[in-house]
Write a protein that binds this ligand. Structure first.
Ligand code: NAP
Length: 286
């Protein structure tokens, strides 16, 4: 039976370190680290995510600034708010909860955030930095995935890593981070031929598909590390992209849903924000 990778426990341990850093910032600079959280509309999933992020901020001593805008908010006003947050010295990180309503150009909004304050790591400058191996803010979910894999004690270098999914927020950046850790990386997607032949070869398998229990036991290499990113709601429950009962019989390590990748995503957001706060102050002092 696979060993469970406990994302909640790992996240709690990391939050203790983040709280220490946040306190150090406050003691040094006389104010708390600040994260602005912008939500447009009333998407029920976004409401939950935003609430969790704000609670998490409080727990580590990061001040949150909530901006809840109506569904019909116009793009120009949203961009003006981003400009104001970019200029606000109390705000170290900015998070715009996605998805945005259809009438707002998401790319334009994300591009307006100052890269230094881009707590989610979605700005094109940070995405480019990740691609080129330059210092940058890493997207939260992929960064959390790397921490989860490392927590097993297994070496990533030289391993075959297969990522199912090529989204800009999970699949692609996760593949880049695994590459940076010297894994041999394969990215699979909806047009991949004979998916199983790839996944069966994976020492590390990351499932970011968005289809309930998509990865079955026969797709997994015995002993593999399986990271389930999926969050699929059905009949009032949360399901991953991996068929957990089948997978845990084959894998060496596996993340549960809930309690695996999810808590780490929020924790990495806090880490990004505190790091951004220090970076900004230190660059001004030098
Ligand atoms: P997405 O943008 O919908 O991307 C899904 C990817 O899966 C696409 O690249 C798609 O390929 C691929 N795919 C779809 N059907 C496939 C198939 N039959 N075979 C192989 N690949 C297939 O989703 P996402 O934003 O990356 O999110 C993925 C999952 O992670 C979702 O369940 C989401 O809710 C969850 N998520 C969780 C967290 C967290 O914190 N736990 C954070 C973000 C996302 P194509 O590109 O060819 O269409």
């Amino acid at each position: 039976m696979a060993e469970i990778i406990d994302g909640k426990a790992l996240s709690a341990a990391l939050k203790e370190d983040i709280a220490v850093e946040a306190k150090k910032f406050e003691d040094t600079y006389g104010r708390k680290v600040g994260l602005a959280v912008v939500k447009v509309g009333n998407n029920p999933a976004s409401e939950v995510y935003v609430r969790n992020k704000i609670i998490a901020c409080e727990k580590v001593g990061v001040r949150s600034f909530s901006h809840n805008l109506p569904e019909d908010e116009n793009e120009a006003d949203l961009l003006a708010l981003i400009d104001a947050l970019n200029a606000d010295p109390e705000v170290d990180g900015i998070l715009v909860q996605l998805p945005l309503p259809a009438h707002i150009n998401e790319k334009k909004v994300l591009a307006r955030i100052r890269p230094e304050k881009d707590a989610d790591g979605f700005h094109v400058m940070n995405a480019g930095g990740l691609m080129l191996g330059l210092p940058c803010t890493k997207p939260c979910t992929p960064a959390g995935i790397i921490e989860l894999i490392k927590s097993t004690g297994a070496k990533i270098a030289g391993k075959n890593a297969v990522v199912i999914g090529r989204s800009n927020i999970v699949g692609k950046p996760c593949a880049m981070l695994l590459l940076a850790e010297n894994a041999t990386v394969t990215i699979c997607h909806s047009r991949t031929a004979d998916l199983k032949s790839h996944t069966r070869n994976a020492d590390i398998l990351v499932a970011a598909v968005g289809i309930k229990e998509f990865v079955t036991g026969d797709m997994i290499k015995p002993g593999a590390i399986v990271i389930d990113v999926g969050m699929n709601r059905a009949d009032g429950k949360l399901y991953g992209d991996v068929n957990f009962p089948e997978a845990e019989k084959v894998a060496g390590y596996i993340t549960p849903v809930p309690g695996g990748v999810g808590p780490m995503t929020v924790t990495m957001l806090l880490k990004n924000t505190v790091e951004a706060a220090f970076r900004c102050k230190e660059s001004k002092e030098n």
